[in-house]
Design a protein around this ligand. Structure first.
Ligand SMILES: [Zn+2]
Length: 66
C-alpha cells in the first residue's frame, strides 16, 4: 500500500509514510538543503565587472627586463 520513493541524496528506498520522505533520514534532508543553499550562493554572487578593463593588455610585469 505504501508507495516508495527514492532518497534524492543517497538513492535509498523510502516509504512515503516516512516523516522524512522523500529523504531516507534527517541527515539526507539537511544535505539536500545545504546543497540548495550553496547553489543559491553561487547564483547570487555578483560577477566581478571591472576585472576585464582592458588595462592588462599592457602588463608591466611582462615588459623588457630591467
Ligand atoms: Zn538518503
Amino acid at each position: 500500500m505504501a508507495a516508495a520513493v527514492r532518497c534524492p541524496i543517497c538513492g535509498k528506498k523510502v516509504s512515503q509514510a516516512d516523516p522524512n520522505s522523500p529523504f531516507c533520514s534527517d541527515r539526507c534532508r539537511i544535505m539536500d538543503l545545504s546543497n540548495w543553499a550553496s547553489e543559491k550562493y553561487v547564483i547570487s554572487e555578483p560577477a566581478p565587472a571591472n576585472e576585464l578593463d582592458g588595462s592588462d593588455l599592457d602588463d608591466p610585469d611582462d615588459g623588457p627586463g630591467r
